[in-house]
Design a protein around this ligand. Structure first.
Ligand code: WTA
Length: 654
């Protein structure tokens, strides 16, 4: 192990050679406490994956009726635990209460204004049962789709679990999305119900969620009812016959609503994510396999013990919140912190304050947040006692070694391993990460695969890459947490993930494997930009721009951004208008309205024509270089002329 110090070493990503093994003390207490133990588990898991997962499913999930077959694989369609009956909300709630652990705290919740609630497993079971009964009374049946658009309040996991309890399929829509984006998702899923709240708190201000939902519902004919949680008391207008208050609804229900035995392959949820083409993809996950994979990866990666307090700072609107706030930790009976608001409200030390007060022992956050903390300054951290922390995690994008070192030293006090977890909405759970008691960390590497996961890296000619050579990351064998498809579009599922490379799942990421068998993720191979750990497709942003009447053509590319990882630069040709700052602002507003604040371009550049290859493809590589190289360009409203450059490059790229 080399010493973790000079700035020069930190900046040199490609030559990162530092290795950080867990302390002997950490390993001795860990469930999997040595490289040999990890290797034995891994070898067993891939020698006979079905036998391995069969053993896992039998010991870690409750089955109302046993399954008859572990895996039915008809590429690319997998069925896990075929014929088995289970219930995810039973596994997350009833199982613990029946085992006498109902008094254990499930959530220490804190609202942004400082309001607090402590919710035990017994209480959560009652709340979920009552809401499940209410859904049933509203006529929601197994297989119906329910959109959920809520702030990070306990009722958000309650709504998800209540859907799971009756077999309704939830589609959680992140609270930052616009009315247009909500309507698109409602329509694609043909949602029958939407659950929202009057509002939520963010950076001291009220977000009027119900108002956005009202706009969306004007364009969502399938939605019959809207359940509204009262959170901010902003006198949201209610539409008679359609809208109903959460509190009115549950007040009529009893807390005894048994979990319905559901098929292992019934759908649990749809979660929309960006792909490289067209509209967002509704990634579909099912009951048994997903539940098992979320639970076991949570236990393996976070080495969770009864005395731990786990805090995942993600929003339930993303897959991280689904798998590592709701389904993984709750099935494992974990105690968690749940926080509604922003990390910099009222001050930039809110996270450290929360960790100190709740004695959080495991923190799971994103590189974009870590980079913001670094920028805000160490004095915010220094004010607080973070000695309760024993393990740190990172997710959403690659963590650069500089941020890794800061996280390790400043937050972890040099004693906490960092689990850099690589996975995707599609994979359902973590695919690669150090098991913290067993695998030494290297800053910037997600290290080794989970049990049962077999990664392969291929050149574009489908030959295997050599050591330290980059290529397309694929997964060889089906695993229980894998997506079962794209909602309503089997063909797109097949094309996006199973056609370019035969007989393997194509992740869409590039990767290399080093001489120690460690994996390093090298970014996306498709036209997806990763902004603050959230996937946005360039196509969606471009479509939003060209829907503006003045825009003729648009191209969106990622550019480096100190805090967000990637920012968005767009190149726009206008129809009959002169470029102006006012037009630039208008286009930003337009994207905000069409998609949401997340997708607002950091930079809008006007051009007479977009540079294209002879076959008509936009030369994104050229635009990316330009966007990266001219970050400080002052006057973005001037017109750029790419024609000469384009001519020069077109031979090369066509
Ligand atoms: C990227 C988030 C490097 C990657 C769980 C992946 C990462 C996409 C990491 C999925 C990581 C996620 N290191 N890159 N630890 N974690 N990514 O679907 O490009 O929102 O394909 O799932 O994020 O994003 P998604």
């Amino acid at each position: 192990m080399t010493s973790p110090n000079t700035a020069k070493q930190i900046a040199n990503v490609m030559n990162e050679t530092r290795v950080f093994p867990p302390s002997a003390e950490f390993s001795s207490r860990a469930a999997i406490g040595s490289t040999d133990a990890y290797q034995a588990l891994y070898d067993e898991s891939i020698a006979d994956p079905e036998k391995f997962w069969d053993g896992q499913a039998k010991s870690h999930l409750h089955w109302f009726e046993p399954y008859t077959q572990c895996l039915e694989w008809s590429e690319p369609f997998a069925k896990w635990f075929v014929g088995g009956k289970t219930n995810v909300s039973y596994n997350c709630l009833d199982a613990h209460v029946r085992a006498g652990r109902g008094d254990r705290v499930a959530f220490f919740w804190e609202g942004e204004p400082g309001d607090k609630r402590t919710i035990t497993y017994a209480q959560l079971l009652e709340d979920v049962s009552r809401f499940a009964a209410a859904l049933d009374r509203l006529g929601i049946r197994k297989g119906d789709r329910v959109s959920i658009y809520m702030p990070m309040v306990p009722e958000l996991p309650v709504a998800m679990l209540a859907c799971a309890r009756i077999g309704a399929i939830h589609s959680v829509i992140f609270g930052g999305f616009s009315a247009e984006a909500i309507a698109d998702r409602n329509n694609d899923a043909q949602a029958k119900l939407i659950i929202t709240s009057d509002g939520g708190w963010r950076r001291g201000k009220v977000l009027h969620l119900k108002q956005t939902v009202d706009e969306a519902l004007a364009k969502s004919p399938s939605v019959q009812h809207c359940v509204v949680l009262q959170r901010v008391n902003n006198n949201s207008p209610m539409t008679d016959g359609r809208d109903v208050w959460w509190h009115d609804l549950v007040s009529k229900e009893s807390s005894n609503f048994p979990a319905v035995p559901l098929d292992s392959e019934d759908s649990l949820f749809i979660l929309y994510t960006s792909g490289s083409t067209g509209k967002p993809k509704g990634i579909r996950h099912t009951m048994g396999g997903y539940n098992l994979y979320a639970k076991r990866t949570f236990q393996w990666v976070f080495d969770y013990r009864d005395e731990d307090i786990f805090w995942c700072t993600a929003d339930c609107g993303w897959i991280t919140g689904h798998s590592y706030i709701v389904y993984g930790p709750l099935s494992a009976g974990a105690t968690q912190v749940l926080y509604e608001g922003a990390p910099n409200w009222p001050e930039e030390d809110r996270f450290w304050d929360i960790i100190e007060r709740y004695k959080v022992s495991i923190l799971y956050t994103a590189p974009t947040a870590i980079r913001a903390f670094i920028k805000w300054g160490d004095h915010h951290v220094d004010k607080h006692d973070l000695s309760s922390l024993r393990l740190l995690g990172s997710v959403g994008e690659g963590i650069n070694p500089e941020a890794w070192m800061w996280y390790y030293e400043k937050i972890g006090g040099g004693r906490c391993p960092i689990v850099d977890t690589w996975w995707q909405t599609e994979t359902g759970g973590i695919m690669m990460s150090p098991l913290p008691g067993a695998i030494a960390c290297k800053p910037g590497s997600c290290t080794r695969p989970m049990p049962g996961i077999v990664p392969r890296i291929l050149h574009s000619d489908l030959t295997d890459v050599g050591t330290n050579e980059g290529g397309m990351l694929c997964i060889e064998k089906p695993w229980p947490g894998m997506l079962r498809g794209i909602w309503g579009d089997d063909q797109r599922y097949q094309e996006a993930y199973w056609s370019k490379v035969p007989h393997m799942y194509l992740t869409g990421d590039n990767s290399r494997r080093d001489e120690d068998g460690y994996y390093w993720i090298m970014g996306r191979i498709d036209d997806v930009i990763n902004v603050s750990g959230h996937r946005l497709s360039t196509i969606e942003i471009e479509s939003a721009l060209v829907s503006h009447p003045s825009v003729a053509e648009a191209a969106a590319v990622g550019r480096p951004d100190e805090i967000k990882g990637q920012g968005i630069a767009v190149f726009v040709t206008l129809k009959n208008h002169e470029p102006s700052d006012a037009m630039r602002d208008e286009l930003k507003k337009h994207v905000r309205k069409e998609i949401g604040a997340l997708a607002v371009p950091d930079e809008v550049r006007f051009t007479t024509a977009l540079p294209k290859t002879r076959s008509g493809k936009i030369m994104r590589r050229l635009l990316r270089d330009i966007a990266a190289g001219k970050e400080s360009a002052q006057d973005t409203s001037t017109l750029e002329d790419f024609s000469v450059l384009a001519k020069l490059r077109s031979d090369e790229e066509s």
